[in-house]
Design a protein around this ligand. Structure first.
Ligand SMILES: NC(=O)CC[C@H](N)C(=O)O
Length: 430
């Protein structure tokens, strides 16, 4: 939810003279450490201080046989996941709580993470879903006016692994050259490198249904809007109300806030909610949400989408877009290393305009596999992949990326208005 200008609000005391400097004699950092706190901050002005987190040795072992010594600042243990890199400069808390990262370790290419701590407003869901966070440096000072906790404390409390002190540039280059890799993170010294390597080679993320674990268990109403302080683009609202059912495949709360701000009354339903029940509720539109993993591993969700097609206007975001692609008769495939970041240029084919977008996906719809009448509305300009679809005959629209952009730029927010227009037109013609 936060924008860069909001989250980068350092409050450094004037008596603090410079950048942290490493003191070789003392083995510590010669800085003033600002622990985030809701109580007034006190600033030591001099002296050697220890890093404000407990660190112990860890290893990242990748399936290609590479071993990356690291230091842990989160939960201890040994965990397996797919490693992806994310190029966002800000928004690590939204990334940590985005359910689409279930089954993955996220490596941040931004070399310094943790400087703004965590706060109660930037959560995309009620828990952290990724398996671990991999970073170059953990910020030694934490300061932001909304901060209530340090990143290290937050990850440890939520039992999520976090490691730093790895060469994240070298790992990113490897992922770009060889594609995403399965890895094992471990703080357990009793496990040999070879054991961890075998573990990483014994698991695969392809073909696993990850949405059933992250979806809600029963329907609920959503009413929260985007906080007025953060809202924008308000001129495009028509003041009317639309009844929307949101299928939760791992939904980010900012999608719900944006829909609500655009005047939707929302009922969120689980991924297994029967299409017939959804239709009985007489919605004006249906949203298929983002969600983790392989869209080919959830045929039941594709069936639900198929049953709803043509009966009511539908809007798919990310996983929802991929499920729509399959339901329309197309195929999805796994990309080499996917798109994860807040800086992806997308061309809107209808307007010719380029939007800078937030993206997080490893799979894509193959446009060549789609039947006639389905239009590719958006293209990712980095690699030409399909970034949006429309099938006007059935009131279908979808985006492979994140118009709710949290974190990320807001260029694509108008897609919510387009969904409203789709529902409005369909209502008028029926
Ligand atoms: N953010 C998402 O919905 C991700 C979609 C899908 N799980 C992928 O990785 O491609």
């Amino acid at each position: 939810m936060a924008m860069a200008t909001r989250t980068l609000g350092f409050v450094l005391p004037t008596s603090l003279s410079s950048q942290p400097s490493f003191d070789r004699r003392g083995g510590g950092f010669r800085v003033s450490v600002i622990r985030c706190s809701t109580s007034p901050l006190t600033f030591p002005t001099s002296g050697v201080v220890e890093k404000p987190w407990t660190s112990y040795n860890a290893r990242l072992v990748l399936e290609d046989g590479s071993i990356w010594p690291a230091k842990s600042f989160g939960a201890p243990g040994t965990r397996i996941a797919e490693l992806v890199f994310n190029t966002s400069l800000t928004g690590y808390q939204e990334i940590l709580t985005d359910p689409s990262y279930a089954g993955q370790f996220v490596l941040m290419t931004n070399p310094q993470i943790g400087n703004t701590g965590v706060n109660p407003d930037d959560e995309e869901s009620g828990q952290c879903f990724l398996t671990g966070l991999v970073i170059r440096n953990l910020s030694i000072s934490t300061s932001n006016w909304r901060c209530t906790k340090t990143l290290a404390d937050y990850l440890t409390e939520r039992d999520i692994m976090g490691v730093y002190d790895l060469d994240t540039r070298a790992i990113t280059r490897r992922l770009r050259e060889d594609g995403s890799l399965i890895g094992v993170l471990s703080t357990e010294q009793s496990k040999t490198d070879d054991e961890l390597l075998q573990m990483s080679r014994s698991w695969d993320i392809v073909g696993i249904d990850l949405i059933s674990d992250v979806s809600c268990k029963s329907p609920y109403e959503w009413v929260d809007k985007t906080n007025a302080e953060w809202d924008f683009n308000t001129n495009s609202r028509d003041g009317k109300s639309y009844k929307v059912i949101a299928y939760d495949f791992g939904i980010k709360q900012n999608i719900l806030r944006r829909l609500s701000s655009y005047g939707c009354q929302i009922t969120v339903v689980p991924s297994t909610f029967p299409a017939a029940e959804a239709l009985k509720m007489n919605p004006d539109g249906i949203l298929f949400s983002n969600g983790p993993g392989d869209p080919s591993a959830v045929p039941y969700a594709v069936e639900t989408v198929k049953e709803l097609l043509g009966k009511v206007p539908v809007y798919g975001i990310c996983m929802g877009h991929q499920l729509l692609g399959q339901a329309l008769g197309g195929k999805t495939f796994k990309m080499k290393f996917g798109h994860h970041g807040g800086n992806h240029p997308v061309r809107n084919n209808r307007t010719g305009q380029v939007e800078i977008s937030a993206q997080n996906h490893n799979y894509a719809v193959d446009p060549a596999s789609l039947p006639g009448g389905v239009e590719v509305t958006h293209v990712n300009l980095n690699d030409g992949s399909c970034a949006g679809l429309s099938f006007p005959e059935m009131n279908v629209m979808s985006l492979q990326y994140h118009p709710e952009a949290s974190p990320g730029p807001h260029d694509s927010d108008n897609a919510f208005r387009e969904f409203i227009e789709l529902m409005k037109r369909s209502k008028q013609s029926s």
